[in-house]
Design a protein around this ligand. Structure first.
Ligand code: SF4
Length: 288
C-alpha cells in the first residue's frame, strides 16, 4: 500500500467532522503504560481492564460494540451518543489517527496510508472544515508523553531480545550446531498476536502487561524504566541457571517471543523485526 510521508508543516484536512467513523472496525494496539493509562481513565485496575476490554493478552483493544452501517464493530470504549468514554486516557494510535508514526533510522516520521487521505473515505465533509498543519494537530492531541512511552518501550523490546541473543550466542548453543532456534525465531515472526500470547504463557504476559508499578500519567519514562528492570530480573531468575541445550533453545525462543509481543503492542512489523534479528544472529555465527 502506498505510504505518504508528512512533515510537521504539512497542511491537511485534519479537523474532525465528528461523524465518529474512526472508532469502528480498527485494530488498536496498546503498550503496558497505555493499558495503565486507559484503565485509570475507566476507573478499572489494569487487570480488570485487560480482562474485560482487551484481547491477545492485553495488547489489543477489543472491538465488540454496536456495529456501524457498514457492519464494522465499535471499539469497546465507544458509546453511542457519547463517543470515546476514555478520551483523556486514550492510546497514541487514537491520538494520531488518521496519521501513523514510523521510526526510520532513529527518526520519527508521520505518515498516512493509501492513495488518498484516510478521513476522506468516510468523512468527505472534512474538506469543508478548516485545515491545520500536522504539528498543530499533534499538539492538540497531546501526543508527547505517549510518544515518549512508545520510544522507551522500543528500548525495552530490544533489551528483552538481547537476552534471546545471549542465550543463543554466548552459551554454546549456537556453536553446538543448533539450527532450530533461528527457525523458531522466524516462525514467531509469522504468528498472530493471539498465537504469540499463547506461546508466551500467562506468567510472562502478566509481567509484560501488568507490572506492579504505580502509574504516573506525567512520567511514563520512570514507569517504563522500572518495568524494564522487572522484566530483566524475571529473565535472570528464570533463565539464570539453565543446564541443557534444549532448555537454552526454549529460553532463547521465549525471550524473542516476549520481545516480539511487545513489538506488536507498539504496532511494529514483527515479521520484519524477526527477520532483522535472524540476520544479525547469523552475522555472529548462528546457523539456520
Ligand atoms: S479508545 Fe476511544 S478513541 Fe480509541 S478507538 Fe476506542 S473509542 Fe475510539
Amino acid at each position: 500500500m502506498q505510504t505518504t510521508i508528512l512533515t510537521n508543516q504539512s497542511v491537511l484536512p485534519l479537523t474532525c467532522s465528528r461523524t465518529g467513523t474512526c472508532c469502528f472496525g480498527k485494530t488498536i494496539f496498546i503498550n503496558p503504560w497505555e493499558l495503565a493509562s486507559i484503565s485509570q481513565e475507566k476507573k478499572n485496575s489494569p487487570k480488570e481492564f485487560r480482562d474485560l476490554y482487551c484481547e491477545a493478552g492485553g495488547i489489543q483493544l477489543l472491538f465488540n460494540g454496536t456495529p456501524d452501517q457498514k457492519g464494522q464493530a465499535a471499539c469497546s470504549q465507544y458509546k453511542v451518543g457519547v463517543g470515546c468514554t476514555v478520551y483523556q486516557g486514550r492510546p497514541l494510535a487514537c491520538r494520531l489517527y488518521p496519521l501513523g508514526r514510523q521510526i526510520q533510522y532513529y527518526k520519527a516520521e508521520y505518515i498516512y496510508q493509501g492513495d488518498q487521505f484516510p478521513c476522506l473515505n468516510d468523512c468527505a465533509e472534512v474538506l469543508e472544515l478548516p485545515k491545520m498543519s500536522v504539528g498543530e494537530y499533534l499538539k492538540g492531541q497531546e501526543v508527547n508523553l505517549f510518544e515518549s512511552a512508545q520510544d522507551e518501550y522500543l528500548v525495552v523490546m530490544q533489551n528483552i531480545a538481547n537476552i534471546g541473543f545471549e542465550l543463543l550466542l554466548e552459551t554454546g548453543l549456537s556453536t553446538s550446531g543448533d539450527t532450530k532456534t533461528l527457525a523458531a525465531w522466524r516462525a514467531l515472526g509469522n504468528e498472530t498476536p493471539k498465537q504469540l500470547a499463547k506461546k508466551i504463557g500467562q506468567e510472562w504476559l502478566d509481567c509484560l502487561m501488568l507490572p506492579d508499578i504505580a502509574f504516573d500519567k506525567e512520567n511514563p519514562i520512570s514507569f517504563i524504566q522500572q518495568h524494564n528492570d522487572l522484566l530483566l530480573t524475571k529473565a535472570q531468575e528464570t533463565f539464570g541457571n539453565i543446564q541443557t541445550l534444549q532448555a537454552l533453545h526454549e529460553a532463547s525462543v521465549l525471550s524473542i517471543a516476549v520481545a516480539l509481543h511487545l513489538a506488536k503492542a507498539l504496532g511494529s512489523d514483527i515479521k520484519g523485526i524477526s527477520e532483522h534479528w535472524i540476520e544479525t544472529a547469523k552475522s555472529f555465527g548462528a546457523q539456520e
